[in-house]
Design a protein around this ligand. Structure first.
Ligand code: CA2
Length: 163
């Protein structure tokens, strides 16, 4: 993992992407295949590792069933450990003001990802508290959405560096 480095007077940006997964995503591939497919979270991690490697980015891939732990990780990523965050907040997407506030508080770009198309499901899933504070949202690409989110983040980081 490459973190922020100070060389002389020059501060180099962290080149790691944090991929954070919320509650119940550890169950991926074991239940509800019609909605989430047969792939596991480990499969999603593999896709992320390949995508990050292709962009010469490091990867931290984590899952938690606890809101506070996810918030701690967002703070950690924002405190110089990461250059961007990909987050699937699971059910917290539709209910957690605290996760939304944590995302709004960090300076790094955040991309929201959902395996299923949340807009084609129950009404309560149509609202994301994260979307208004995220740079982008991907929803409905299955686990391929994770790799697409890293591709998009890498493109954003390239643009930011040139500016
Ligand atoms: O589509 C997504 O990625 C979701 O973020 C998944 C969440 C759901 O609450 C969101 O509305 C959309 C649920 C994650 C739970 O995943 C399971 C996977 C297999 C079996 C049971 C749950």
């Amino acid at each position: 993992m490459v973190q922020a480095l100070q060389i002389g007077g020059t501060r180099l940006m962290a080149k790691t992407v944090y991929v954070l997964n919320g509650p119940n995503l550890n169950l991926l591939g074991t239940r509800e295949p019609k909605t989430y497919g047969h792939a596991t979270l480990k499969d999603a991690e593999r896709l992320c590792r390949d995508a990050a490697k292709s962009h010469k980015l490091g990867l931290e891939f984590r899952q938690s069933n606890h809101e506070g732990e996810l918030i701690d990780w967002i703070h950690e990523a924002g405190a110089g450990k990461a250059s961007g965050i990909v987050i699937n907040a699971g059910g917290y997407t539709h209910g957690s003001v605290a996760i939304r506030d944590a995302i709004a508080a960090v300076q790094v770009p955040v991309v929201e990802v959902h395996i299923s198309n949340i807009f084609a499901r129950e009404d309560f899933r149509h609202v994301s508290h994260i979307a208004p504070v995220a740079k982008a949202t991907l929803s409905g690409f299955g686990i391929a959405g994770y790799a697409l989110a890293i591709d998009g983040l890498a493109a954003m980081l390239r643009t930011t560096r040139k500016a």
